[in-house]
Design a protein. Structure first.
Length: 471
């Protein structure tokens, strides 16, 4: 029988937490809860979902529901392992425990690479909004300012990161809740100045599947990657006051709320606005919906929300990248200099992650047509690789934990092992669909190449370490 209720808080040395590589424990439960909620609510939802709606039409609701189920299964598995053995390396540590150091090396450095490139992309997006408000100001200057702010924030005590992310996430969550409230009023005809749309936008003009199964597939792929970011909460849990209880509660509450926010938002949008309205892509679905309802200054309101979403993601990704790098180094899988901590913070790892992220921004200016495009393609499917490692690790570690320390299973995967295999099958389907679609095939190939390269390096390192121990 599955359960998510953790035992009463105990001292950290007794709660089963893995050593946090010299890190502090400055995050509170409210920080973890908001990190879990805010981690996936970003520009991909506020703006990028427009492309999915244009491709899938009203069936985007099904696409987000299907991918949401997959993400909920992955997070349940990750929550089980992280509650049993909290560590700042999260899934990388679990993969190493399950399959050997090569698996931790591969998944950890692939995720670090993803986060660092994402920091650069988010910085560019935030800078474009700022230059729209301040014409003539250089984009690179805004990116440099944001990078400096979040580098300094993450160099300080972890509670500073937690506070920044708490308020960023609170604003994003508040915006989504307000949007859903306005949307429900409009759908029911209770919003002043608007009439209930009924099902006209859901069943008219091409009906629910205007582009058939192909459109649904494109929407499904877009929705899968929009959910990326939840993993940060299990990284942060190792630095919380009560790691076991913290991750159990954060994962339990985040899953259904995020499903509500994502699927609920898509349902509101396609019910109120025709799916083929050009504004859905040009302005973003949220702005298009608010404009359609005649909400004053909708565009500027959402620009503020999107800016906050981008800055929040930058902050969280610098944090996640630095902790992942620090954890890898602490396990002997990277340059020792990056693993040093002072004041409970892996400051060299923070600096390295920030510098790499800013380097990606410079490449977008210097080599926009080759190297930067290569970077984008390389990170295209990394989150799926990470999810695969999570599911495969859980298959191994669940049985091991049941034998060796069943009391650590304060979070249990539903219907194990059946739903774990269902999740793995779902990931395999997404990989196949990516290979079928021209727009995602290149991303799959480059991500696969990076994964194989890292796995090869990891295996060589693992064999070399085994040889040293044997001699």
């Amino acid at each position: 029988m599955s359960r998510t209720t953790a035992p009463a808080p105990v001292d950290r040395e007794d709660d089963g937490a893995a050593p946090a590589e010299g890190l502090s424990h400055g995050l509170k439960q409210r920080h973890l809860s908001m990190i879990a909620l805010g981690g996936v609510i970003g520009a991909g939802l506020f703006v990028g979902s427009g492309a999915g709606i244009a491709a899938a039409g009203p069936s985007i609701v099904i696409a987000y529901a299907l991918s949401g189920i997959l993400v909920m299964l992955v997070m349940r598995m990750l929550g089980e392992m992280s509650a049993a053995n909290p560590a700042s390396g999260s899934f990388s540590v679990h993969a190493e425990r399950a399959f050997g150091s090569w698996a931790g090396f591969t998944s950890g450095w692939a995720f670090w690479f993803l986060l660092c490139v994402a920091v650069g992309l988010e910085g560019i997006g935030a800078a474009k909004i700022m230059t729209g408000w301040f014409p003539g100001s250089p984009e690179w200057a805004w990116v440099a300012l944001f990078m400096l702010v979040f580098c300094v924030t993450n160099l300080a005590a972890v509670k500073n990161f937690g506070e920044f992310e708490f308020w960023f996430a609170a604003l994003k969550v508040g915006a989504i809740v307000l949007f859903l409230g306005i949307g429900v009023l409009a759908i029911t005809g209770l919003l002043p100045g608007s009439d209930a749309p009924g099902t006209a936008n859901l069943t008219g003009d091409g009906e629910f599947f205007p582009h058939g199964s192909e459109g649904l597939i494109v929407g499904l792929l877009a929705s899968v990657f929009a959910y990326g970011g939840l993993e940060t909460v299990t990284i942060a849990a190792a630095e919380s006051e009560h790691p076991v209880q913290g991750v159990a509660k954060a994962v339990r509450t985040a899953m259904w709320r995020i499903a509500l926010f994502y699927i609920g938002s898509m349902a509101v949008i396609v019910t109120l606005v025709p799916w083929d309205d050009p504004a859905v892509v040009e302005k973003g679905p949220y702005v298009a919906t608010l404009d359609h309802l005649g909400i004053p200054a909708a565009g500027q309101i959402m620009n503020v929300v999107v800016l906050v979403a981008l800055l929040s993601a930058m902050n969280a990704n610098v944090y996640g990248a630095s902790r992942m790098a620090g954890s890898l180094v602490a396990r002997g899988q990277g340059p020792k200099a990056l693993g040093r901590t002072s004041g409970g913070v892996p400051r060299p790892a923070v600096l390295a992650s920030s510098v790499f992220g800013f380097g990606c921004v410079l490449l977008s200016y210097w080599r926009p047509d080759d190297i930067f495009v290569w970077l984008l393609n390389t990170i295209g499917a990394i989150i799926l690789v990470v999810w695969f490692f999570i599911a495969a690790s859980q298959l191994v570690l669940r049985r091991r934990t049941e034998r060796e320390a069943p009391e650590k299973l304060v979070v249990r995967m539903w219907a194990f092992p059946f739903l774990t295999w269902v999740a793995l099958a779902g990931m395999a389907v997404v990989f196949v669909l990516m290979a079928r679609e021209e727009g995602t095939r290149v991303q799959l190939y480059w991500t696969g190449g990076l994964t194989l390269l890292l796995a090869g390096i990891g295996l060589v390192r693992q064999k070399a370490a085994a040889g040293k121990r044997a001699s």
